[in-house]
Design a protein around this ligand. Structure first.
Ligand code: SAM
Ligand code: SF4
Length: 379
């Protein structure tokens, strides 16, 4: 659902501003508003996730259907200039402090390097990271670094060709592995790896995946599977919970809480040590860290600092929000930076308190999964 927000504050340049007509359908922000992207519950969004495209060259079972989705028309997707302007408004007017580029698959966007270079020129000190499936990264990593990308996250669910191909429906494991190593060699570290565990497919592989990542100095993060698949096949019964992940890893490792502050990060980090088979105690020095993103069973909504922009320029205050607020449409109508900033603030003001996924019986008939799949939101 795209929401028309009323903007109750006086307008900057005469009134009313473009695209702001119509009665408010959701509670507006009170007058005398705070600066930045704050919501009704006192949270402040400083971490921007921006989707560059809805297109992708993999078909991960937990995200896309086998036949793909109908792609957005080129005209509907934000241009490079529009992206740069929206990021500038976020950073200069609204307190955004870090940017993650995502998709769909950001590497399939032909003007990716130009976008990153322009963002870097406008914001010399902004941390700009990117989440990618890694296909083609081996050839692009050095260029991404030169353009100004700070760091990279690569999704990697399995080290076995057959399992990888089952999960992603494409036989590209070796290309992804080459991409991960190229990213590290290009200086795009610390390299973080994202893995979604699927029951009976790659869950048993989790200790081996961690061993591989630790051995190369990459930080692996396990993400609980969320009900954001286009096939609507998610069930609570089938998902691998954070508690199960910790149990699976405990066969080989002892995890202890990372003493560094979590600081709003989705991943809870643990220091990893070998487990002595006889005593079941930790042995030897810390081997590195592992992260667990327990969005479903141990949600972190109360400290969420994210604001999301989809590839067609819609603001989503939460992955599970059923409301989207059109920023790009307003921009294309000729709105000023101030008007766009206000609409963004209004959209974040109505951010839900929590996604509600932790409720028992989520896969009961009354649970309504969001319309968009993860690839169409920008994870
Ligand atoms: N295509 C890129 C990639 O796969 O890294 C970027 C976009 S993808 C939507 C971003 C992240 O979302 C990936 O790490 C992917 O594993 C994760 N993801 C996708 N669908 C998910 C789901 N249903 N539950 C949990 N994580 C999911
Ligand atoms: Fe594509 Fe990423 Fe979704 Fe996999 S998770 S289908 S790589 S967008």
């Amino acid at each position: 659902m795209t929401v028309q927000l009323g903007i109750p504050q006086p307008r900057e340049e005469g009134s009313p501003g473009p695209g702001t007509s119509g009665p408010p359908q959701l509670p507006g922000r009170p007058a005398g508003r705070a600066a930045g992207l704050v919501d009704r519950y006192g949270r402040r969004a400083t971490d921007m996730r921006l989707s560059l495209t809805d297109k992708c060259n993999l078909r991960c079972t937990y995200c896309m259907p086998a036949e793909g989705l109908e792609w957005l028309a080129k005209q509907a997707v934000m241009s490079a200039e529009e992206i740069v302007r929206i990021v500038r408004i976020g950073v200069d007017l609204l307190g955004v402090r870090e940017l993650r580029l995502t998709g769909g698959e950001p590497l399939v966007r032909a003007d990716l390097l130009d976008i990153i270079a322009a963002l870097r020129q406008a914001h010399p000190d902004l941390p700009i990271s990117m989440t990618t499936n890694g296909v083609g990264l081996d050839k692009k990593a050095a260029g991404l670094k030169a353009a100004g990308l700070t760091r990279i996250n690569v999704s990697l669910d399995s080290l076995h060709e057959e399992t990888f191909a089952k999960l992603t429906r494409r036989p590209f494991l070796n290309r992804v592995l080459a991409g991960v190593d190229a990213a590290w060699a290009a200086g795009l570290g610390p390299v973080k790896l994202n893995a979604v565990l699927m029951r009976g497919l790659n869950d048993a592989e989790s200790p081996a995946l961690l061993a591989w990542a630790l051995g190369r100095g990459y930080e692996l993060r396990f993400i609980e599977q969320m009900p954001l698949d286009a096939d609507h096949g998610w069930t609570r019964r089938d998902m691998i919970t954070a508690a199960e992940i910790r149990e699976l890893l405990s066969a080989d490792y002892v995890l202890s809480p990372d003493p560094r502050a979590r600081d709003g990060a989705p991943a809870e980090r643990f220091e990893v040590r070998h487990r002595d088979a006889g005593t079941a105690r930790a042995t030897g020095p810390a081997l590195g860290t592992v992260g667990i993103i327990a969005s479903v069973t141990e949600p972190f909504c109360s400290d969420c600092r994210r604001t999301r922009i989809t590839a067609e320029g819609k603001i989503m205050s939460c992955l599970f929000s059923r409301e989207e607020v059109d920023l790009l449409g307003l921009l294309r109508e000729g709105a000023s930076d101030g008007q766009l900033a206000e609409r963004w603030q209004d959209a974040m003001w109505i951010k839900p308190k929590a996604h509600g996924m932790d409720h028992v019986g989520l896969d009961a008939p009354d649970f309504v999964q969001p319309d968009r799949s993860m690839s169409a939101i920008g994870g």
